[in-house]
Write a protein that binds this ligand. Structure first.
Ligand code: FPP
Length: 254
């Protein structure tokens, strides 16, 4: 476990670190505090947070990360004030309408994970459109967790396994989880100073390296990502084994 304050020398983001995680997961926390400190409504923090997400995507493409999963809206976020939930949904709709083409041009394909049933039908249609938008040269798969909860994911996988009538093994359950077709996250980044998983990818994070930073999400830059990856590349990943299996989940590029 580490934080930006404890991370050692800063790596300039133009320089590739030794080991690039294949899959990075991010809890984008701190939008509300960022806005409140500026005497702005919380929704303004989410708007600037959307810009930070664009920087993160650019950074991942530059660094050669293959999969990025971000927590945009949790199953629990419905409990926020109605005005904030509405503003967030509007932001998602606007981003889907405006940014899908730009993402595809960068080689970024989109997928959504979470329970879509309670979402507005227009939004569900935009999500389907974004997921089928052609991407000529895929470089990064961006998974957006929307109305997602790690416990929900495990329950829906369990239901699918029960319906299939398969044996109750870890491997069989894992086949039905969201993101079953990609490697589990190598690195989880959480901004905003809290050291929690908050019902994100509970099953999939079992062996993920955790990186916490006090940076509030709207302030997160490509350089912040490079710092997190540099920190990750110094970790020794053992997956429950003994020492000697350095960063086995990552792609060694240097
Ligand atoms: C947590 O910060 C952030 C969220 C619940 C929303 C995340 C959404 C974005 C970054 C918007 C961009 C996403 C897309 C897909 C366009 P918080 O509000 O809990 O912050 P606080 O802890 O300071 O209150």
């Amino acid at each position: 476990m580490s934080s930006k304050t404890s991370a050692s020398a800063k790596a300039p983001h133009a320089k590739s670190p030794a080991v690039v995680p294949r899959h990075v997961a991010v809890v984008m926390d701190g939008n509300g505090r960022w806005a409140t400190r500026r005497l702005l409504p919380r929704s303004a923090g989410h708007k600037f947070g959307a810009d930070a997400l664009k920087r993160l995507v650019r950074g991942c493409v530059q660094q050669g990360v293959a999969h990025l999963t971000v927590f945009a809206f949790s199953s629990e976020n419905w409990n926020r004030p109605e005005q904030e939930v509405t503003a967030l949904m509007q932001l998602f709709v606007q981003a889907l309408q405006k940014d899908t083409g730009d993402l595809a041009a960068q080689g970024v394909s989109l997928r959504f994970i979470g329970d879509r049933a309670p979402l507005h039908s227009e939004m569900q249609e935009l999500m389907r459109h974004a997921e089928t938008f052609p991407v000529q040269q895929p470089r990064l798969r961006l998974n957006v967790a929307l109305n997602y909860g790690g416990r929900w994911d495990i329950v829906q996988a369990a239901r699918a396994l029960q319906a299939e009538g398969g044996d109750w093994t870890e491997a069989n359950l894992a086949r039905h989880l969201c993101l079953a077709d990609i490697p589990e996250p190598d690195l989880l980044i959480r901004t905003g100073g809290e050291h929690r998983i908050s019902n994100f990818l509970l099953w999939q994070l079992a062996y993920t390296e955790l990186y916490f930073t006090n940076t509030l999400w709207p302030d997160f830059t490509e350089e912040s990502l490079a710092d997190a990856i540099a920190d990750y590349s110094r970790r020794e990943r053992r997956f429950g084994r003994v020492a000697g299996a350095k960063a086995a989940g990552g792609l060694r590029v240097a």
